[in-house]
Write a protein that binds this ligand. Structure first.
Ligand code: CIR
Length: 255
């Protein structure tokens, strides 16, 4: 699982006008920019070349670029975000620098990239309050055409997770980080799982980038368990993005 590139978008001054269910206060723009810069540095330190897109003030959630596309098997699948306010976020042009083959999720399907966990031979696709069944099935068909086995996971009744990857991360080598609430819904062998302790669920949205796992700071038990499983970790402060329901993974597209 090699990550050569990452695409990110700078937050705009309007980031506080994005969608959120969190009651953690209004994000501070300057702090968000600092945290975003540190995130980019961590991606670079892990070996990725980072393309930084300019902020999009018309779309206050646009820095959560992961939701706008799914990059699997050398193709770019343009997502169709389930929140109307996010439908205008575009990523095609920057992706065209890297991908020749484009596919897209079309109406009535909706799909947020945060609901797609590409995991070796399998692709887990969350059916959520953002990704509807039609969108998940379109993604499943495209993944199957690319030779992967799609697994649909209905997360609509799981409180506290916006997207599938709010509770599931793929570490490579058939290993996963999974929150307890997702375990019954997901067919992953227990010996392949790094479990997440109660209270540390937000940390499950971690990202493996080459030899490092980037993780939100403040999740010391998960960090310890990842270290025990022989992963190096880098903890990052993403508090300003968390205020807007965002996690580590949604701040970049990686390939
Ligand atoms: C939203 O509600 O769409 C944004 N405020 C947060 C998106 C976070 N994306 C992700 O977890 N993949």
């Amino acid at each position: 699982m090699q990550t050569r590139n990452a695409i990110v978008r700078r937050p705009s001054k309007k980031l506080g006008e994005g969608i959120t269910t969190a009651s953690l206060g209004v994000p501070n723009f300057e702090r968000a920019c600092e945290q975003h810069a540190a995130y980019c540095e961590a991606l670079r330190a892990a070996g990725a070349t980072v393309t930084v897109l300019e902020a999009d003030a018309a779309h206050p959630d646009a820095h959560f670029v992961e939701d706008t596309a799914v990059l699997i098997c050398g193709s770019a699948i343009l997502a169709r975000p389930g929140a109307e306010a996010r439908l205008g976020e575009t990523i095609r042009e920057p992706l065209a620098e890297f991908f020749a083959d484009f596919k897209e999720i079309v109406a009535p399907g909706t799909l947020d990239g945060g609901d797609v966990c590409d995991a070796g031979d399998r692709v887990f696709v969350g059916v959520s309050h953002r990704t509807n069944r039609a969108g998940a099935e379109q993604l499943a068909r495209l993944a199957a055409e690319a030779g992967k086995t799609p697994v649909l996971v209905d997360i609509r009744n799981l409180p506290g997770i916006l997207h599938l990857k709010s509770g599931l991360a793929y570490l490579g080598d058939d290993r996963f980080v999974v929150i307890a609430a997702l375990l019954p819904a997901i067919a992953i062998s227990p010996d392949r799982i790094v479990r997440v302790a109660p209270g540390e669920e937000y940390g499950s949205n971690c990202v493996r980038v080459n030899d490092v796992v980037l993780i939100a700071d403040g999740h010391s038990r998960l960090q310890r368990d990842l270290a025990r499983a022989e992963y190096s970790t880098t903890a990052l402060d993403v508090s300003e993005f968390r205020k807007m329901d965002g996690g580590l993974s949604c701040l970049s597209l990686r390939f």
